[in-house]
Design a protein around this ligand. Structure first.
Ligand SMILES: Nc1ncnc2c1ncn2[C@@H]1O[C@H](COP(=O)(O)OP(=O)(O)O)[C@@H](O)[C@H]1O
Ligand SMILES: [Mg+2]
Length: 224
């Protein structure tokens, strides 16, 4: 489902070339749940961004469901990402000028497949998801009125609106207190791993590490 073939990533900054990922190859089977560990700055977010097609490798190739993200144009990759990948960020990344409901509907409304689709049907799917994550009572609120936990629940609903097979979560509880974090992790578990989706998560939660199919650690640009 996810395949990286000899992927490297270098950043050029202030005249210096820094190698962050170095010839990384990996394959995740369909439905596999992988936890990614590593010190701060080891390249975890960089790796997730490459899998998501948010960023492109300096060398090597990324495949999702047999298709090469690397060979797509930026536009093709954006469309592909919208339909195949859900992303949950540490800092929620909701759009502040849109209501909760609008935030969740947006990826589906942007999705080409749904051009001409019934706006009411999109809204209903968003409402169903918001009910599942427990924020149905806040659909008309704006993100800055919500607690961190509520914002992350909304972000989970947004990540799932296109029913992606691959969900990437980058320290999804990093900005939440322990109890709220646990609820958010349970939700992600129920709606992704238990639903048979591929889940790749950066987290230091020992509980999550305990239920992962595989735990990978990034060190010196390589996976251990
Ligand atoms: N766009 C960028 N430009 C330059 N350096 C970057 C960029 N993105 C990340 N880096 C650097 O790459 C390294 C790895 O970053 P990151 O993937 O965010 O690590 P982690 O998520 O494991 O903490 C860091 O040293 C970071 O400063
Ligand atoms: Mg990171």
């Amino acid at each position: 489902m996810i395949r990286l073939n000899r992927v490297s990533k270098r950043f050029h900054e202030a005249g210096v070339d820094r190698s962050i990922l170095n010839d990384v190859s990996l394959t995740f089977a369909k439905g596999e749940f992988v936890v990614l560990l590593g010190k701060s700055g080891s390249g975890k977010s960089t790796l997730l961004n490459l899998i998501a097609g948010i960023d492109t490798p300096s060398a090597g190739e990324v495949f999702i469901d047999g298709k090469s993200l690397t060979r797509m144009s930026d536009h093709e990759r954006t469309l592909f990402r919208r339909t195949h990948i859900g992303f949950v960020f540490q800092s929620f990344n909701l759009i502040p000028t849109l209501s909760v409901l609008e935030n969740v509907c947006l990826p589906l409304e942007l999705d080409m497949r749904n051009r001409g689709a019934n706006g009411k049907a999109i809204e209903q799917r968003a409402k169903d998801l918001l009910t599942q994550v427990g924020v149905a009572h806040r659909i008309h609120a704006f993100p800055d009125r919500l607690s961190g936990g509520e914002q992350q629940r909304v972000a989970i609903a947004r990540a799932l609106i296109n029913d992606p097979m691959v969900v990437l979560a980058d320290e999804p509880t990093g900005n939440l207190d322990a109890d709220t974090g646990k609820l958010v992790l349970d939700l992600i578990d129920t709606l992704t791993r238990k639903a048979g989706k591929n889940l790749v998560m950066v987290t230091h939660s020992e509980e999550v590490v305990g239920v992962a199919d595989r735990v990978l650690r990034l060190r010196n640009g390589q996976l251990i």
